[in-house]
Ligand binder design. Sequence first.
Ligand code: AMP
Ligand code: ZN
Length: 479
Amino acid sequence: MSEMQIKPIALYNTLTRQKAPFAPIDPHHVRMYVCGPTVYDLAHIGNARPVIVFDVLFRLLRLVYGETHVTYARNITDVDDKINARAAERFKDLAPTAAIAKLTQETTAQFHADIAALGVLSPTVEPRATGHIAEMVVLCDALIAKGHAYVAEDHVLFDTTSMADYGKLANRSLDEMEAGARVDVAPYKKGAMDFVLWKPSTAEQPGWPSPAGIKKHGRPGWHIECSAMAEKHLGQVFDIHGGGVDLVFPHHENEIAQSRCAHGTPTMANVWMHNGFLQVEGEKMSKSLGNFYAINDLLTTDVFGQQAWHGRVLRFAMLSTHYRQPIDWTVDRLTQAKHTLQEFAELVHGVAGGGAPNPDVIGALSDDLNTPSAISILHGLAKSAKRGDGAKASELRTTLEFIGLYGGETAAELSLQQHANVDAVKVRALIADRLEARRAKDFKASDRIRDELAAMGVVLKDAKSPTTGEIVTTWEYKR
Ligand code: AMP
Ligand code: ZN
């Protein structure tokens, strides 16, 4: 696609607390980093929000600057204490590093399958933390050499007092933060807000050769992972950095501290964008409240009102609230999203697309991703299409495809998939057993599990993940 002349994109920047016109550092190359999932379990519907929101921004940037002029890096955090614990529990006979590799490959493949159903494009690069350990060690050593970090009890810690404007993103001063810090600060920390860049590993934890001449093997802290991956793929200073609002402090504040102090730069990224939180039927989503939904649950099973939902419906529902607002995930919202998408699908079915997306929709998205306004413009197009305006029907199709809200589905396919009586947790466990059997080349066992699932009305489809090469199995209930 060629560069498109439209009104400039304006984005709200958490760092300046203002919406301002966006201008990339290199006018012909936009660079964006978004913090991706920690892959120890199925991604939940809250995790889907940044994935969908920044996918829309990626699509807009590609339209405006040209497809080959945007680099979007969305990482995979594949080393972390939650991952270590889960891997040790599941793969008792493997060494820690091999165990986390196995768990994270499997979880990443499932994540890819889940978000593909949500109409999400692959980012330009998807760096994994364990592929960038050497870069993290270099960053630790640079921070120590410049007096911004110190070694204590085999840890490397960032010295927050060494940075004059630490706390700028979170809009809090170091004094304020220190006053509010809890009393049980680790004894080896010089300052209460100092944070871990590197920590020692036991024999039961994955470990790599440490920086700063520390003899024990160790592993990185979470924040240093993103500083290293962003630098490797986007450079020391880049355009846009995104994630959920929960990451502003400490994760993003600490990424900024590490990157700026290691490189001696005044900024890490020019624009910092944060999506609001998702809650379910007015409550915080949590396992203990029983209202915790994996993306995969909503796509496949009879949770949340005894219905499964089409991925495009989930995407539409997510975009019906502005990304900076909190979003309440309700059955009503999903039902409404489904009806609207069904109406759109009927109007564009059999209509040729092919032109440019509607300029007013592009204008709304350019205004800090105003998706609610874009959706109301789509309704206007639908109205004209309903009156028999073929050009508007065609434009509606192109625009829906551009936002990722249409991929040729019929209204019937977008309808609820009734999955009463299928226990998705059991289905997933059987699928995992079958994959295990296939890996062990026990095809008898794998066929037996397939038959068992078929008897439950569950039909399997195997596909190879293009990114990891792992086999991913998706399922459908057919009765
Ligand atoms: P995590 O795997 O917890 O590091 O989260 C991955 C991404 O999902 C981060 O950008 C988080 O900010 C985002 N996220 C997690 N929970 C929610 C939620 N309930 N609503 C919106 N975003 C979320
Ligand atoms: Zn990050």
